[in-house]
Design a protein around this ligand. Structure first.
Ligand code: ZN
Length: 436
């Protein structure tokens, strides 16, 4: 933090060696500090002759905030002249490692801004406002301090279990279809390894190929969103991995079936999409809750709404099917899971509901990967699901992500990198490549 005494005399600018502060003024809620360097004897950088002062130019640069106020350093930057008439150099400006030429922020402010975004998870816009800087200035600073770290191949070393998920990146507009990304997660260390554009076999396959055969051979487990393209890419590139469709992804399929039935029944019975006040629409969220999380009262409320809006019991059937699928995951062991999977198939075959039959077909195509959940030690866990929630939060808070490079940097800067915020000896012991 910058410290200064009074406006009469100069005092050292703490943390920026060689600079002193002169006058200070409060302008529109921001501190403006007049600073200069103390260098008085300077040699010509070509011939070494002692240089002569040649005036000053005033350069404003944004620095760390003081007492919660954005702060501007007005640097009275010296110009120097070489007095030797035979020297090819005429005049030049002094420079500082702490303020790059043409920079609008000091280096320490740029670093602090990047930390606010990467470590505290602020948006670029909010971090920019803290320093009184513009969005592009802030984004450039974050890029400068993040890109080299996320480009370090050491960041991906030692991974043995990955999760692959499809993530919505941009919602559809009248001119453009919805765009997706594929997110690759380290299941053991609960961090995001990468984000690539697209959700196809080739999007994932190319990323895996770039990692190299040695890296791929170390992967023992891969959980995935049940998508055929992902399965094909993982099978092609990961010779030693068992593929798993975990609890989280399978239940998502079950919930999709419930939503689809609800929408169709609403349309069939009411002649329009669900609206506020329609019984099934009112039940839309509770229908997706896990049954054991419902109080008896809430369960009865849900049942009453479903009874009122679903005359043929189709929605109830979809709900039961999801609960039977959940039971597969809740099984104690593989044999138990297999029996419960049979129960699920039998039920789906008995109830004549299109969406439930479709769900059962999908589950059948992924049966090996679903049962592998029980042989691979229950790969999914709350910390990985939490990562998914955090990525979605970053995406939502930073409306404006139209650029995959900015999006990837934000996700990996926040959730893919271990920053130096814990005692250094711990980081050294574990991941020396991160502090290079
Ligand atoms: Zn010279």
């Amino acid at each position: 933090m910058t410290v200064f005494h009074d406006s009469q005399s100069t005092t050292a600018l703490v943390g920026m060696a060689g600079f002193v502060v002169g006058a200070q003024t409060l302008i529109d809620g921001e501190w403006w500090l007049h600073v200069e360097t103390t260098a008085s004897v300077v040699g010509c950088e070509v011939c070494g002759t002692r240089a002569v002062g040649h005036g000053r130019t005033r350069t404003p640069v944004r620095d760390l905030e003081i007492s919660g106020r954005p702060t501007v350093l007005v640097w009275a930057k010296r110009r120097w002249r070489c007095p030797d008439p035979d020297c090819e150099v005429s005049t030049w400006s002094e420079h500082s490692e702490q303020i790059n030429p043409k920079a609008v922020m000091t280096e320490r402010a740029r670093k602090a801004l990047a930390d606010i975004v990467n470590i505290e998870g602020d948006t670029i816009a909010s971090a920019a406002a803290t320093f009184g800087a513009g969005w592009h200035t802030a984004n450039t600073a974050v890029a400068a301090y993040t890109d080299p770290v996320i480009a370090d191949p050491g960041r991906l070393e030692g991974v043995t279990a990955i999760g692959v998920d499809e993530k919505r990146f941009l919602n559809a507009t009248p001119k453009q279809r919805t765009r997706f990304t594929t997110q690759i997660v380290d299941l053991e260390n609960h961090r995001i390894l990468d984000v690539v554009e697209g959700r196809s076999r080739s999007a994932l396959g190319e990323w895996l190929a770039e990692r190299g055969e040695e890296w791929c051979a170390q992967i023992q487990v891969a959980t995935l969103d049940p998508a055929a393209g992902y399965r094909a890419a993982l099978e092609e590139h990961l010779p030693n991995a068992t593929l798993v469709v975990d609890h989280f992804h399978a239940i998502k399929l079950g919930n999709t079936a419930i939503d689809d039935v609800r929408r169709r029944v609403q349309q069939d019975t009411l002649g329009h999409r669900g609206r506020k006040g329609d019984p099934l629409y009112r039940a839309r969220r509770v229908l997706l809750s896990a049954s054991e999380r419902l109080t008896e009262e809430r369960f009865e409320w849900m049942q009453a709404l479903v009874a009122a809006g679903d005359p043929d019991g189709e929605l109830g059937a979809a709900w039961n099917a999801k609960e039977l699928l959940r039971a597969v995951y809740a099984s104690n062991d593989l044999a138990h899971a297999k029996r419960r999977l049979t129960d699920f198939y039998q039920y789906a075959a008995e109830v004549d509901v299109h969406e439930v039959i479709r769900l059962a077909r999908t589950i059948d195509r992924w049966q090996n990967e679903i049962l592998a959940y029980h042989t691979m030690g229950h790969t999914s866990n709350g910390r990985v699901e939490n990562l998914h929630m955090l990525t979605e939060k970053i995406r939502r808070n930073s409306h404006g992500f139209t650029n995959i490079t900015n999006y990837r940097r934000r996700i990996l800067g926040c959730l893919g990198t271990q920053w130096d915020t814990i005692p250094t000896h711990r980081i050294r012991g574990r991941q020396p490549h991160l502090i290079a």
